[in-house]
Design a binder for this molecule. Structure first.
Ligand code: ADP
Ligand code: MG
Length: 238
């Protein structure tokens, strides 16, 4: 397990600066949710943590180690996206084990990890199916399973539930909360859904136009928002 720290993290696309010197400390095992309007930089910040975007200025540490120049696969992270990106021609079991096998992980250990993920997510009976034979919720479970088998130090989620219908969203939200309690792993979760943020987060990070506007526990932000913008995002009447 590992915490995370961002120091003066900055991102530019050409002339356009989209993250302006972000500072943030995330404790080991904490569930942190990034919220903010579309285009404010949530995904960019997450992708920088994942190593999918380079950093022009500043420093990202995972478990105390600077990872600015580390490959995504060397960061101890696993990311879950909104689109499931499952391999359509492979079974669920093969989807879970594929990445590990590609990395040369020993077969016995791969099988152990896949079994464990299947148990955690209760998808044992789906292992022989292909993605097109799964419901949306089941597909998203498999996508989360692909992150679990990597046994990461940090899970990164980018709006993982926004493709699901309302009922399923609630169900998967509960599931992700249970996963966090069970594994105790640090999780960084991007959403624009207020309920998800308020119910999942130990700590909410409110972003606005590439800047961190306020950081705090859900109820602290609700009771004492720094301004009306933050109040709007946590549903506070203030
Ligand atoms: P969010 O996830 O909060 O909706 P993003 O992190 O996707 O926001 O985007 C932040 C800003 O960066 C937006 O203004 C977006 O247009 C811009 N941006 C994102 N990716 C690129 C890119 N590859 N090239 C240029 N601009 C980008
Ligand atoms: Mg985004």
């Amino acid at each position: 397990m590992a915490g995370l720290s961002l120091k003066n993290v900055t991102k530019r696309y050409g002339m356009l600066e989209v993250i302006h010197g972000a500072n943030l400390e995330i404790a080991d095992g904490e569930f942190v949710v990034f919220v903010g309007p579309s285009g404010c930089g949530k995904s960019t910040l997450l992708r920088m943590i994942a190593g999918l975007e380079d950093i022009v200025e500043g420093e990202i540490r995972i478990g105390g180690k600077v990872v600015n120049d580390a490959e995504p696969s060397d960061r101890g992270i696993a990311m879950v996206f909104q689109s499931y990106a499952l391999y359509p021609h492979m079974t669920v079991g093969e989807n879970l084990s594929f990445g590990l096998r590609m990395n040369g992980n020993p077969r016995v250990d791969t099988e152990r990890r896949v079994r464990r993920a299947a148990e955690i997510l209760q998808i044992n009976e789906l292992m022989q199916r292909r993605p097109k034979q799964l419901s949306g919720g089941q597909r998203q479970r498999v996508a989360i399973g692909r992150a679990i088998v990597r046994e990461p130090q940090v899970f990164l989620f980018d709006e993982p539930l926004s493709n699901l219908d309302a009922e399923l969203r609630v169900q998967m939200r509960v599931e992700i909360s249970r996963l966090h309690k069970q594994l105790g792993t640090t999780m960084v979760y991007v959403t624009h859904d207020q309920t998800e943020a308020m119910t999942l987060a130990d700590k909410i990070v409110v972003l606005r136009a590439g800047k961190i506007e306020q950081v705090g526990a859900p109820l602290d932000l609700y009771d004492d928002p720094a301004n009306r913008f933050v109040a709007g995002f946590v549903g506070s009447p203030k």
